[in-house]
Ligand binder design. Structure first.
Ligand code: SF4
Length: 252
């Protein structure tokens, strides 16, 4: 089965062209994916029934299965998703009084960083998520809010995992969220996904020894705690982090 959220727009164009569909059909399907946020193929009512059937027989609208969900009295909703290989990841939707609706989504199943104050860090690392698996978490919340007459306003990559350890997929997901989800919903991309915008603009460069960047936060208490609790061997590609970890005080 083809996960439609894995496809870029040109890939969707090619898929539908290979089914001898007219060019405008790809635009219609794309709109159902990112603008109307369809949960099933049956609701794509401007597509011919034969195409809906073909989509339903050969494609999926994502791969995440909701395994558990809890809501708190302040409206915060926490979800556990099961991935096709059985891995579990978490996402949280946080409503704010000023009408912001922020999705906190995961970039990895587990995490290699091992921060001592974090439950995910104690689980260890299972695997990186694909860009589609990252994007789909935001799509689920956007779809739910759309049904309720609201909109997803912000996305932060602060769920399970360290996005810079899964840099390529995280960056691809951010670009997808900005280019497809935010623009399809008809508002300013930078306003809707402010934190992602900042993330995508960070000056990251590959160099001989790994990633060179200015990504480490100012040395706040939490950041210092994170560095001290992290074994540099968990972060083999990050020279900045390795250097900092090697300077950690004895016994910290
Ligand atoms: S990097 Fe984030 S998710 Fe990973 S162990 Fe540290 S606090 Fe937890």
């Amino acid at each position: 089965m083809i996960n439609l959220y894995e496809l870029t727009r040109p890939e969707l164009d090619s898929l539908l062209a290979s089914w001898q569909q007219p060019r405008f059909r790809a635009g219609q399907v794309w709109s159902w994916l990112y603008d109307k946020l369809a949960a099933d193929f049956e609701s794509m009512t401007d597509l011919p029934e034969s195409l809906r059937r073909q989509l339903s027989d050969t494609c999926t609208l994502g791969v995440l299965h909701i395994a558990a969900e809890r809501a708190s009295s302040d409206g915060t909703a926490k979800r556990v998703y099961e991935l096709p290989d059985g891995q579990l990841i978490e996402s949280v939707l946080m409503p704010y009084d000023d009408d912001r609706r922020t999705a906190c989504i995961s970039t990895q199943a587990g995490c290699a960083m091992g921060c001592v104050f974090c439950a995910t860090g104690q689980m260890g690392f299972a695997r990186h998520l694909s860009a589609a698996e990252i994007v789909e978490q935001a799509i689920h919340f956007a779809r739910q809010l759309h049904r309720e007459g609201e909109r997803l306003s912000n996305v932060v990559l602060m769920g399970m995992g360290e996005p810079f350890h899964n840099y390529e997929a995280s960056l691809a997901a951010v670009r997808r969220l900005m280019a497809d989800l935010a623009s399809a919903r008809g508002t300013s991309r930078s306003a809707r996904l402010a934190l992602c915008r900042r993330y995508a603009d960070l000056p990251m460069k590959r160099c001989k020894s790994g990633w060179r960047s200015a990504y480490m936060p100012r040395p706040t208490t939490n950041a210092r705690r994170c560095c001290r609790s992290t074994n540099a061997t968990h972060w083999p590609n990050c020279s900045t982090h390795a250097a900092r970890s090697s300077r950690r005080p004895a016994g910290a």
